[in-house]
Design a protein around this ligand. Structure first.
Ligand code: GLU
Length: 294
């Protein structure tokens, strides 16, 4: 299959240096392989995604010299595909409805945990049924659907693994159920607001867009066993992954959308060139520079 990379930002804020690093790394890999580079907007969070941010992302990428194949895929147009995937998991008895609020979960789980892949507290299993159920898709309004992780892990052949090509974690990685259960738990796949959750949508769309190489930040490495598991459960092909180092500010914090001063638009207005951006993120050496103000 033709080497296909994608860049998949959420249009919930301006792109920063970390995004630039990710996008340029993926785009360069696609170019070098004579492959395709795709742009996908992960705009499932309707309250935070805006057309203005989407337009800004496209213009920042063009400014960086990045082009993409074909039309931009917006996840907000893909609800039917996500519902179909949910129905398949539900038919396998692997989903259950959950009405817990974020607050209920934090209270039941004790202190909040920084599970990178889970993006919040690991779910303590309050609503998990003792026996498999066939959950309704879509769920009742205000109800989420969670993956029964232990049951899902038991449903795939043992020896499931994934391939990582980035220098930080290069090699074959086995899926280790105990680690996944501890780090991720029963993740939400359909959110209470009716939208598909990131973990489901990313897997469905990477397969649909025939992505062969997923290049993204190392913060998502913990989530990758889950993505591999979902691919196996849904009968989807597995890409290879490249999780790259994160770009940090000069206090060592990972850059985030709220750091406006690191936004590409801001740097452009300050007179930076695309070359300055590449240099600032240490492109060309995975050893890497960290961004600093001096
Ligand atoms: N929208 C996700 C993010 O910006 C994409 C993650 C991925 O590349 O899988 O974190």
């Amino acid at each position: 299959m033709r080497h296909t990379e994608r860049f998949a930002p959420s249009p919930t804020g301006p792109l920063h240096l970390g995004h630039a690093f990710s996008a340029v790394t993926a785009w360069t890999a696609a170019k070098e392989a004579g492959g395709r580079f795709l742009l996908r907007l992960e705009d499932l969070d309707e309250t935070r995604s805006t057309p203005a941010f989407a337009a800004q992302i496209e213009s920042d990428l063009h400014w960086l010299g990045i082009d993409w194949h074909g039309p931009v895929l917006q996840q907000s147009t893909r609800h039917a595909a996500y519902a179909e995937a949910l129905r398949s998991l539900a038919a396998q008895g692997l989903l259950y409805p959950c009405r817990c609020s974020r607050r209920d979960i934090l209270e039941a789980a004790g202190a909040p945990q920084e599970g990178a892949g889970s993006r919040g507290a690991v779910y303590p299993g309050t609503c998990r049924p003792a026996h498999a159920v066939i959950a309704a898709v879509p769920p009742e309004p205000g109800t989420a659907l969670r993956l029964d992780l232990a049951r899902a892990l038991a449903a795939v052949p043992s020896g499931l693994h994934f391939t990582e090509i980035g220098p930080l974690h290069a090699g074959e990685h086995a899926i280790v159920p105990e680690t996944m259960i501890r780090e991720l738990g029963d993740v939400v796949l359909a959110r209470r607001d009716g939208a598909a959750a990131y973990h489901l949508a990313v897997v469905v769309d990477d397969a649909w867009q025939q992505v062969t190489h997923v290049t993204r930040g190392a913060d998502l490495f913990t989530a990758t066993p889950l993505h591999r598991l979902l691919q196996a459960l849904l009968g989807l092909p597995a890409p290879v992954w490249h999780h790259h180092r994160l770009i940090r500010d000069n206090t060592g914090r990972r850059l985030a959308k709220r750091d406006d001063a690191r936004g590409l638009g801001f740097l452009l207005a300050e007179g930076w060139t695309p070359q300055d951006i590449r240099r600032a993120v240490g492109l060309g050496s995975e050893e890497g520079l960290e961004f600093s103000d001096d």
